[in-house]
Design a binder for this molecule. Structure first.
Ligand code: BG6
Ligand code: MG
Length: 215
């Protein structure tokens, strides 16, 4: 019997891929680096710094200093936050809100487990903050997914043990994080066909029944 449900944010509850893509693309263009949506897909669930490192795999210039790395990450994040200001409650599908309300009504504790340092900003913009009992995000971890820290902290904030917690993820790195944290790992979207998942769903509509059927 599960007591808590921990949701990844980007790609599960809201879809920020295009904003990340546009912001990273502008940064890559400044450095003359080829960047496309396929490379952008590799950045799902990955921290900002590791994302930059993946983009820099195609960089042919002089190695960047730590100061330059920080400057480029700041450039990307400022641009990303500008784009995020376009988000509103309308960016959350009704079935997502309905799922969160139903799970709460059924007594589950709900948390966010996101690698993003912008998670709380996105939750505010989309009016999702009050739907959760706790938020664990990029601001409270030192190791990002596939390390389980962000999910373990979420369970800790909820006061629930990992083995009675389910994590919902769209990134393989997130599924690995949930599994290594000892949680029940549920894949959605791109992670749905990943072999390491304990279960997969096509939409959050399926989630309450899936959890109910776990013994
Ligand atoms: C994850 C996204 O949720 O957050 C990644 O899937 C992103 O693509 C990561 O790199 C870090 O986000 P931020 O907002 O801290 O730059
Ligand atoms: Mg995600």
């Amino acid at each position: 019997m599960m007591k808590a449900v921990i949701f990844d944010l980007d790609g599960v509850l809201v879809f920020t891929d295009q904003y990340h893509y546009r912001a990273w693309k502008e940064m890559a263009d400044k450095l003359g680096i080829y960047f496309d949506e396929e490379i952008n897909n590799r950045l799902r669930g990955v921290s900002r710094r590791e994302s930059l490192e993946i983009i820099l795999e195609r960089y042919e210039g002089e190695p960047l200093t730590e100061e330059q790395i920080q400057e480029y990450m700041t450039f990307k994040n400022n641009r990303y936050r500008e784009l995020l200001t376009e988000m509103s409650p309308a960016d959350v599908e009704q079935e997502v809100r309905a799922c969160l309300v139903e799970l709460r009504d059924k007594g589950y504790k709900l948390a966010i487990g996101s690698s993003s340092k912008n998670a709380k900003f996105i939750l505010e913009k989309t009016d999702l903050t009050a739907a959760f009992d706790a938020v664990s995000d990029g601001t409270n971890i030192s190791q990002s997914k596939p390390h389980p820290e962000v999910f373990l902290k979420a369970a800790q904030y909820l006061g629930v043990d990992p083995d009675v917690s389910a994590a919902i993820e769209d990134a393989k790195a997130g599924i690995d994080a949930a599994v290594s944290g000892g949680m029940y790992a549920i894949g959605i979207g791109d992670a749905a066909d990943y072999a390491a998942c304990d279960a997969s769903i096509k939409s959050l509509v399926e989630l309450p029944a899936l959890l109910e059927n776990l013994v």
